[in-house]
Design a protein around this ligand. Sequence first.
Ligand SMILES: Cc1ncc(COP(=O)(O)O)c(C=O)c1O
Length: 430
Amino acid sequence: MHEIAQDLNREILQENPHIHDLLSELGKNLYFPKGILTQSAEAKQKAHVYNATIGIATEQDQPMFLPLIQETLSGYDPKDLYPYAPPAGKPELRQLWREKMISDNPSLRDKSFSNPIVTNALTHGLSIIADLIIDENDPLVLPDKIWGNYNLIFGVRRGAKNITFPFYTKEGTFNTTGMKEALLSKKDHGKAILLLNFPNNPTGYSPNEQEATEIVDALKEVAQQGMNLAVVTDDAYFGLFYENSIKESLFARIANIHPRVLAIKIDGATKEDYVWGFRVGFITYACEHPAVLNALEKKTLGIMRGTISSVSHPSQTFVLKALQSPDFQTQKQEKFEVLRKRACKVKQLLDQGKYRDAWDYYPFNSGYFMCLKLKGVQAEVLRNHLLEQYGVGVISLGERDVRIAFSSVEEQNLEQLFDLIYQGFKDLSV
Ligand SMILES: Cc1ncc(COP(=O)(O)O)c(C=O)c1O
């Protein structure tokens, strides 16, 4: 094992051995080398005459660029587009995202957590966590209604073993008891990674105040029984809370609850700022010891350096400029209202009772999606029929569930959408 990795592990061990035990073999081996990037950073500070360290080309004290590219990006300074961004991301962007996190999540105010590290959007952040924590057969505890890509990220790539629990109770609330039992079923293993995603894809559900308190209490109890937990909150759809759910990330409440619990926030601009293709996300760790946060950051940068090296600089600049704009909040609020009204309309349509013989719907209050539970018709059969006969696309999940992205259908078209789905259902159920 490299000396620097050994030093980082020692620092973590000294402050919190549970977090050391949570790391995978790869996680233990990771470190950020004192290579070209460190030497370049030093030269940036001190090389006043010539700086011949950096692996980019320059002229006239600027990065070199092709005018035909700059013409299309004339609102931006070349220095904010062409050079490599630092491996942890643009410092101003990290700082602003941290401030935004605190203002959006008041429970974070008194907690100790790292600066967000910029990732190539959320998928990349999740895969870094998989690398850092998961060894073959480590349990990944998650509800039975999830974003399917977790299977590739944690299962196929890293060999995690899925331990699922039913998302809802019979009453239609979040199934905290099921979550706790699923975690404790792996108590002998000593560690587990728990993945929570609210607003949820595919259900569109977020917990209310009481459910959130129950989740946090349950995690504390599991930790008190001696299990080490990495609790990942996937906050892809953060902020799109339309009803009486909590309006902050569970990360804020889970941070620093117990030395055996490492809270990890995965979030980003992708969905909440409507910039899906920009690929800008963040990883943030919560732990009471700054030395541990520093070591986790260095290990994260090690994976970054060994995979993508750094995240697109233009994308980071675009997001940074948006966050700095005085119009940012207003424009976000406008889009929030559009989506909130669609969610409201969907509920109103479904509550009329005209589709009652075809499906029930799972409770939803947030995000981009909602799910129907079909009565007597197979979801995949309906999906194909809707495509072939009506030109309507929906996602089938398992035997009976159909996910509808109301995020991508205008409010005035929602009634026709559901009428067509209903028509398709009727065709198949006669
Ligand atoms: C729950 C959830 N997490 C993460 C992602 C991935 O986000 P990104 O496009 O930023 O990688 C998605 C995208 O669909 C998602 O639904």
